[in-house]
Write a protein that binds this ligand. Structure first.
Ligand SMILES: C[S@@+](CC[C@H](N)C(=O)[O-])C[C@H]1O[C@@H](n2cnc3c(N)ncnc32)[C@H](O)[C@@H]1O
Length: 304
């Protein structure tokens, strides 16, 4: 007889035939086998129900993650010049499950904006409009601000040191309220608008032509955010809160202020520390550890 898995219908049939000629030892063996089979079945069904439980838990987590993603990300188009681009942006948002569109001092929303949005029309209809970026920031708690730019800077321009969309997607914590700024078609975002953000994201492109159409750039950034949204942080590695970061930066500012260097070096130092902290997405524990060290350094300097 070939190997047949226990639990197969064929095995049961075989058993009926075979038991007619069994000795008592064989019967004992058979009954032991049956017991084994039953307990294996029980274990398998227990495992299966544990599996189903885990799947349910993952689904619940996914649902929570999806709704946080939808609710907590604000896409801000600063001083858009062409209504059609608002529509293209809204369509791209709908493709990637985003819904909060904020328009800063936009042009009149002509039919073109609604037409280009196609199935994202509801996003244009529900867009929130503010005369200035500051008024938007005052109206809404935002924990983490992201600027997007095609003209990234380098070590000479501290506000424009960028990260790639992929890094942003991996690190963004959608439990926070996040805004992502897109700039004017002509002039993009100002240095001040970028400098006020925590981080700057730029899509690597051919250096001879780095400037993309706004909705094309948005599609790449949204895709990177979207594809990572089912990845969960490791327990115990929860990202630091905006307040923890604020206190840490304040301590560093005070430390820098207490040393005898020219003003412009102080402000570069503060900006550099802020950039590093924002790019590193440090955990709460790391923020506390660094804060403790800065406090001791301050005390040491005070003693001298
Ligand atoms: C047409 S571009 C603005 C061009 C403007 N001359 C400039 O230098 O920024 C409109 C917006 O698209 C986004 N964008 C364009 N290219 C990008 C890129 N390579 N990476 C990230 N965002 C980009 C930025 O938000 C930018 O402000």
């Amino acid at each position: 007889m070939g190997l047949i898995k226990i639990g197969d219908a064929a095995v049961s049939e075989q058993k009926v035939v075979d038991t007619t000629t069994m000795s008592s030892t064989e019967e004992k063996d058979e009954s032991k086998n049956e017991k084994d089979a039953t307990s294996k079945k029980k274990a398998a069904s227990k495992k299966q129900s544990r599996g189903t439980g885990r799947v349910k838990l993952v689904r619940e987590k996914e649902d929570k993650e999806t709704s946080l993603f939808k609710e907590n990300i604000y896409i801000v188009f600063v001083e858009c010049e062409t209504p059609g681009n608002i529509g293209f942006l809204a369509r791209t948002m709908a493709n990637f499950g985003l819904k909060n569109l904020v328009l800063i001092n936009p042009p009149t929303l002509t039919n073109e904006a609604y037409y280009q949005a196609t199935h994202g029309k509801y996003i244009v209809e529900n867009a929130k409009i503010f005369p200035t970026l500051d008024e938007f920031y005052q109206s809404q708690r935002i924990d983490f601000k992201v600027a997007s730019t095609g003209t990234a800077g380098g070590s000479y321009n501290l506000s424009r040191i960028p990260i790639r969309p992929e890094e942003l997607g991996k690190s963004l914590n959608v439990e926070n309220k996040i805004c992502i700024l897109f700039g004017r078609e002509g002039n993009g975002l100002t240095n001040k608008e970028i400098g006020d953000c925590d981080i700057c994201v730029s899509i690597p492109t051919d250096p001879t032509y780095p400037i993309m159409n706004i909705s094309h750039a948005a599609a790449i950034i949204f895709y990177e955010l979207f594809k990572n949204r089912h990845e969960y942080g490791v327990e115990g590695l929860k990202e630091s809160t905006p307040l923890e970061k604020e206190y840490l930066l304040k301590d560093m500012d005070e430390l820098i202020d207490s040393i005898d260097i020219p003003e412009h070096k102080k402000s570069n130092g503060k900006k550099t520390f802020k950039n590093i902290i924002s790019r590193a997405f440090i955990t709460g524990r790391e923020a506390h550890t660094l804060k403790g060290i800065l406090r001791r350094l301050k005390m040491k300097i005070g003693e001298q």
